[in-house]
Design a protein around this ligand. Structure first.
Ligand SMILES: [Zn+2]
Length: 165
């Protein structure tokens, strides 16, 4: 293949996407080039539209069109007293940029993975000096799960998070 800086740059950019390396990027680029009218042109236009028109809400962090108000935040009379944190660092930014004075509780809804628990700990540590109540989703046996097929970590978490009946 000839040295084509446009392709080399595109390989570098696509390789930065989650789960894609240079080989996958090359396959994607070849597919797009071989389907210029069906894939490459509309994808190019669509990416441009997304770049121009889609942004994160400065209050709640969700994606929104910059031509419309955020569906979560458009009602100025709504008062939020709880924040549910999900898997992204953008959620942390949303907490910081929201008016935390009115927030009574932050619910950490991160996964039971090392990354999810690290995120939860970071957020917990970030707001520990506030009067905001912090809680996290219970972890343990899945609905329909059997004890004999559960791994040790799941069982330990289930015992640790047991509740009175
Ligand atoms: Zn919003």
């Amino acid at each position: 293949m000839q040295n084509l800086p446009e392709i080399d740059n595109l390989i570098k950019l696509i390789s930065k996407l989650p789960g894609l390396g240079p080989k996958s990027a090359k396959r994607i680029i070849l597919k797009m080039i071989n389907n210029r009218q069906e894939i490459l042109k509309p994808l190019s236009n669509n990416l441009s539209d997304v770049f121009k028109n889609i942004e994160r809400c400065r209050i709640c962090g969700t994606l929104k069109s910059n031509n419309n108000p955020c569906n979560n935040c458009e009602d100025k009379n709504k008062k939020y007293s709880k924040i549910c944190v999900v898997e992204n660092i953008s959620d942390q930014w949303a907490i910081e940029s929201s008016s935390n004075d009115n927030i009574e509780e932050v619910i950490l809804a991160t996964s039971a993975t090392v990354e999810g628990q690290t995120t939860a700990f970071y957020i917990q540590d970030s707001i520990k000096n506030t009067n905001v109540k912090i809680s996290k989703l219970a972890q343990g046996l899945p609905v329909g799960g059997e004890i004999e097929t559960s791994d040790d970590g799941t069982l330990i978490s289930a015992f640790k998070n047991r509740r009175d009946l």
